[in-house]
Write a protein that binds this ligand. Structure first.
Ligand code: UDP
Length: 480
């Protein structure tokens, strides 16, 4: 055996199993890169469109010799009634197809197991998206530890846990209630809870119940967070999981190269050059970046309110308008009302996919109006950007609480004293002014958190050490 070959045999080998939604796929690809940087050989279980879409961000890393590869399996579109080429939630023509997409991912088990059987040596660990069920069975079958990733913070993990245990939300109607038993006091409403806590959704409920069992059987959890950000919640979550929790984020900071930042998640709808030229022409800390994530579908009337609020704020802004049939009306409104023309001196409208990391890394950005998906929220935190929060669904309301009330590094768009989810242009304007004109404390705090985030991922930082700890744990497991 040559020395390279023998090295490969001594090297730990992790299988990474993603699911097709940008908010899940993007960070798990970052985990693959980090593992490889720490000397682990990584194989990503992929499907044709996903490899092309999410893999390009790793091209440079792979060219530089990092041991990462994609193993592609055919995706069963027709079998599950999905349009050809549709492997990601944001490409679905209707969200009624989410169960079909999930089932399609769950059907890959047999082929992946055949692949594992043919390997000279079984993998040492499976790092799987927690939303897929089969890696639990596969890990048991091959007696390999399974580490799960669900893309949430420890704060969110603990909110979900105490709410599921206490069921405190069950008899409160639409009144606010205090989330019990957590290190900070804050209130939520039932309408702000994720679907896993909604007893009226039959399919989702059965599936979530299976996921709970599967999660409880996993060896441990990797989290896109860093300990100093939310130490009290990390400690609680560790207690819950017998210590096997590894905060290894911010994952987004694993990309320092501009072309990697542009390629992350999808083909950007604007060139790097055009984007940077526009940003370079703006004053430092003056621009509001507005993006509501990769899967949200906000009513056109609401998006128009958002647009009017941005306009009346009189600040420079970048507004990302997702492509697709649901934004047609808004695009039409923009044309008919001459909105682009009216705002052209201080606005950059991106129709489609924005190079979010590249934008947020630029010194011109003074605030990020976000729907509070954890990736976006944490990307803003990691880069020291104050947030303007506009949660829409799922855990996004928890994330808003963590940002506005616990970390105090953002303001909410919605007036907390008024009920309802409606977006009002006046509220948008007010929130922007609070962050850009007032908000010195918020800006200072955001900068401090950004610095802490960078320290966490540097050699010797808490996230760096946690990655080492995870790998050491798996080594020990492999020896037993
Ligand atoms: N994203 C991006 N460009 C876009 C929209 C989204 O790069 O135009 C990325 C964003 O940086 C983040 C992910 O897509 O990494 C979205 O994940 P998040 O958890 O914020 O929200 P979701 O889309 O899952 O609701």
């Amino acid at each position: 055996m040559g020395s390279e070959e023998s090295n490969e045999h001594n090297q730990l080998h992790f299988l990474v199993v993603p699911i097709g939604s940008p908010g899940h796929y993007i960070p798990i690809i970052d985990i693959a890169k980090l593992l490889a940087q720490h000397g682990v050989r990584v194989t990503i279980i992929s499907t044709p469109v996903n490899t092309r879409r999410y893999g390009s961000v790793l091209d440079l890393a792979i060219q530089s010799g990092l041991p990462i590869r994609f193993i592609e399996f055919p995706f069963p579109y027709a079998e599950f009634g999905l349009p050809g080429g549709c492997e990601s939630v944001d490409d679905l023509p209707s969200y009624a197809l989410i169960p079909a997409l999930t089932n399609a991912y769950n059907s890959l088990q047999q082929e992946v197991e055949h692949y594992i059987e043919k390997l000279d040596r079984r993998p040492d660990c499976i790092v799987a998206d927690s939303f897929i069920l089969w890696p639990g069975d596969t890990a048991k079958k091959f007696q390999v530890p399974r580490v799960i990733f669900d893309g949430m913070s420890c704060f969110t993990q603990m909110c979900n846990h105490v709410l599921y245990q206490s069921k405190v939300y069950e008899n409160v109607g639409e009144d606010s209630f205090v989330v019990p038993g957590l290190p900070d006091r804050f209130e939520l409403k039932r309408s702000q809870l994720p679907s896993a806590l909604n007893p009226n959704l039959k399919y989702t409920n059965d599936y979530y119940e299976k996921l709970r069992v599967s999660e409880s059987e996993a060896y441990g959890v990797v989290v896109n967070s860093f300990e100093e950000l939310e130490q009290a919640y990390v400690d609680e979550f560790k207690k819950l999981r017998g210590g096997k929790v590894w905060c290894i984020g911010p994952l987004s900071l694993c990309h320092n190269d501009e072309s990697e930042k542009v390629q992350r998640g999808n083909k950007s709808s604007i060139s790097k050059h055009e984007c940077l030229e526009w940003l370079d022409s703006q004053e430092s800390g003056s621009v509001i970046y507005v993006c509501l994530g990769s899967v949200s579908r906000v009513e056109p009337e609401q998006l128009i309110e958002l647009a009017l609020g941005l306009e009346s704020s009189n600040k420079p802004f970048i507004w990302v308008i997702r492509a697709g049939p649901h934004t047609k009306k808004v695009e039409q409104w923009i044309d008919e009302q001459g909105y682009a023309e009216r705002t052209k001196d201080r606005a950059l409208l991106i129709h489609g996919w924005a190079p979010q990391l590249l934008v947020l890394s630029h010194h011109a950005i003074g605030g990020f109006l976000t729907h509070c998906g954890w990736n976006s929220t944490f990307e803003g935190v990691a880069l020291g950007v104050p947030l303007i929060t506009l949660p829409l669904f799922q855990e996004q309301f928890y994330n808003e609480k963590q940002i506005v009330q616990v970390l105090r590094t953002g303001v909410s768009v919605r007036d907390q004293n008024k009920s309802g989810m409606a977006i009002k242009s006046d509220d948008v304007k007010k929130a922007i002014e609070m962050v850009i004109e007032g908000g010195e404390d918020i800006r200072k705090r955001a900068k401090e958190l950004g610095k802490m985030a960078r320290n966490a991922v540097e050699e010797g930082g808490s996230s760096y050490r946690n990655m080492t700890r995870l790998i050491e744990d798996i080594k020990k497991y492999a020896r037993t």
